[in-house]
Write a protein that binds this ligand. Structure first.
Ligand SMILES: NC(=O)c1ccc[n+]([C@@H]2O[C@H](COP(=O)([O-])OP(=O)(O)OC[C@H]3O[C@@H](n4cnc5c(N)ncnc54)[C@H](O)[C@@H]3O)[C@@H](O)[C@H]2O)c1
Length: 255
């Protein structure tokens, strides 16, 4: 089950946090993983860690907000491993603040990383997937997109855009046997969450109380998200496309 031997997977933002968990679990299922991240030192360290457990991983410095950088990464992957079978759009960024305290520069940064980054990577891998009539695209959005989240207005908007884009691409790519699905993590301890808590007392208060209001009474882990990513990447999920799966311990239960 969920066998990925020989598959080539690109995970954006795979150096740390949720992306690192996804890289580890994909390699355990046999995939060759490309860690496409701005933080090249951390990406190299993650690749080395995976190799010590017998997995196959390389790090390629990539800025997902820059289409040329993304295209160069995809070219390097094709030379090293071959065409991309699995794309996991995981890289993201956020800070918690009321909308009226945000600035256009902040909006641009959030939109560039969380939404345009997904457009760039999808654009860069799509032609090869179409040509081979095969591919899995897994986009990491957020429960903030599904139910809203105080202090995360622009971020929630970009993740909503990721969901709408994913559903549309699932329709466009269905004839090419490319599945596009979305995972919405709930609050998950990662360096991103640590940074948000450290920079803002409101974020610290909200995020520190989460384990009490989550029905399963704990925050998730990167591995919980990774398990869903492995499922969507597998042949067992070939008949699932355009779907949104919340991995949040039951924090959100809307349709
Ligand atoms: N942690 C949570 O509670 C949570 C909840 C919902 C959704 N998410 C989503 O999960 C994903 C992973 O989040 P995380 O918490 O692991 O964050 P993280 O900050 O711990 O890791 C994100 C990674 O993305 C990389 N990255 C950022 N900008 C990039 C760019 N322009 N180009 C390439 N790489 C870039 C970072 O270098 C980092 O390695 C994000 O999309 C985030 O929005 C996280």
């Amino acid at each position: 089950m969920f066998e990925l031997t020989g598959k080539v997977a690109v995970v954006t933002g795979g150096a740390r946090g949720i992306g690192k968990g996804i890289c580890g679990m994909l390699t355990k299922q046999g995939a060759k993983v490309v860690i496409a991240d701005l933080l090249i030192d951390e990406a190299v360290a993650t690749a080395a860690e995976i190799e010590t457990f017998g997995g196959k991983a390389i790090a390629v410095k990539t800025d997902i907000t820059d289409l040329a950088s993304v295209q160069a990464m995809v070219d390097a992957v094709k030379k090293k491993f071959g065409p991309v079978d699995i794309l996991v759009n995981n890289a993201g960024w956020d800070r918690m603040k009321p909308f009226i305290k945000t600035t256009p520069n902040f909006w641009n940064k959030v939109i560039d990383i969380n939404y345009k980054g997904v457009l760039n990577t999808t654009y860069a891998v799509a032609n090869d997937m179409i040509e081979r009539s095969s591919g899995k695209i897994i986009n990491i959005a957020s429960d903030a997109a599904r139910v809203g989240s105080m202090g995360e207005s622009v971020y929630a908007g970009t993740k909503g855009a990721v969901i709408s884009f994913s559903k549309t691409m699932a329709r466009e790519f269905a004839r090419n046997k490319i599945n596009v699905n979305v995972i919405c993590p709930g609050p998950t301890p990662t360096p991103l969450l640590d940074d948000m808590k450290a920079e803002d007392a409101f974020a610290d208060k909200v995020l520190s109380g989460m384990d009490k209001i989550i029905p399963l009474k704990r925050m998730g882990t990167a591995d919980h998200i990774a398990a869903a990513a492995v499922f969507f990447a597998s042949e067992e999920a070939n008949f699932i496309t355009g779907q949104v799966l919340s991995v949040s311990g039951g924090l959100t239960m809307v349709d």
